[in-house]
Ligand binder design. Structure first.
Ligand SMILES: C[S@@+](CC[C@H](N)C(=O)[O-])C[C@H]1O[C@@H](n2cnc3c(N)ncnc32)[C@H](O)[C@@H]1O
Length: 270
């Protein structure tokens, strides 16, 4: 699976430059370059991941009519649009810290909030269900993930759920240990280079978008943190939640070697 986005994010962009003149670094907001190309690069994969992962689990929770559902790291709104089909009566809130991504998501939610998901601008016990699709939680360093889960625990009503898919430690530590992949696109290419950094237990991925003539459109560095199952259980417990269910993305059981796992965490009922 191809991932993107990061908290330690570097973004370089220079549309129409030649490939050999050196890339100038700009202090662009995270995802400001990726946003335009997101659907071309990752849209199908993100949508499929939602369809077989988070959405069936969300349906299992049988949310009441007009239940409030929050999409953490909503991006361009792929999850919000699918929710309108799968669970049409929900009130959808999309949260993302990237203005460029969220600008493309406004029609997918009743409300969008520009915020970091470790500091949610939501009231206590205001949400029935929180979702996070396409590996968003991997982009949070472990302490930030802990803060995010505590925020989720604060904002969920008692008995509410967080459902999230995460890249597995196996994907990040082994499969992407040193792995490159070229995506051929209608108007150029995207080259992905993944490297696992053992000292920081994270995978650094560089994606370089080139146009049909080979010119670099933009280049970004994305970082994903490996999250072990026992670590996630501990962070959930510290946030007043427990793991109700975990499975491979495409199977009904859990195996450490799967690339993506779907986690269902539940807040204690009163
Ligand atoms: C892999 S994309 C997934 C987007 C969307 N969920 C999807 O399925 O297409 C990750 C998204 O998480 C957002 N993100 C990363 N860290 C975040 C944070 N700390 N707070 C809010 N959004 C964050 C990024 O801006 C990006 O839109």
């Amino acid at each position: 699976m191809i991932e993107e986005g990061t908290s330690a994010f570097h973004h370089e962009r220079r549309r129409n430059d030649t490939p050999d003149t050196g890339v100038t670094t700009s202090a662009a907001e995270p995802y400001s370059g990726m946003a335009d190309d997101y659907h071309t690069l990752l849209g199908d994969l993100a949508e499929q991941t939602w369809r077989v992962g988070v959405l069936p689990e969300a349906t299992r929770t049988r949310p009441r009519r007009s239940a409030v559902v929050v999409d953490l790291g909503a991006g361009t709104g792929i999850g919000g649009r699918l929710l309108a089909t799968y669970l049409p009566s929900l009130t959808r809130i999309g949260v993302d810290r990237s203005p460029a991504m969220l600008a493309l998501a406004t029609s997918a939610y009743e409300h969008t909030l520009l915020a970091s998901i470790d500091a949610l601008p939501l009231g206590e016990e205001s949400a029935d269900l929180m979702l996070s699709g396409f590996d968003t939680l991997n982009y949070l360093p472990i302490p930030v993930l802990g803060r995010c889960l505590r925020e989720v625990g604060r904002c969920l009503r008692p008995g509410g759920w967080l459902i999230a898919d995460l890249s597995s430690p196996h994907l990040l530590r082994r499969h992407w240990r040193d792995y490159s992949d070229v995506q051929e696109l209608g108007d150029g290419t995207a080259l992905w280079r993944h490297r696992y950094e053992p000292a920081k237990d994270r995978c650094v991925s560089v994606v370089e978008r080139r146009d049909a003539a080979g010119g670099i459109c933009w280049r970004e560095t994305h970082i994903q943190y490996a999250v072990d199952a026992d670590q996630l259980q501990e962070l959930a417990a510290a946030a007043g939640m427990h793991v109700e269910r975990v499975r491979d993305l495409e199977r009904d059981h859990y195996s450490p070697s799967a690339f993506t796992h779907v986690w269902t965490l539940r807040k204690k009922a009163r």
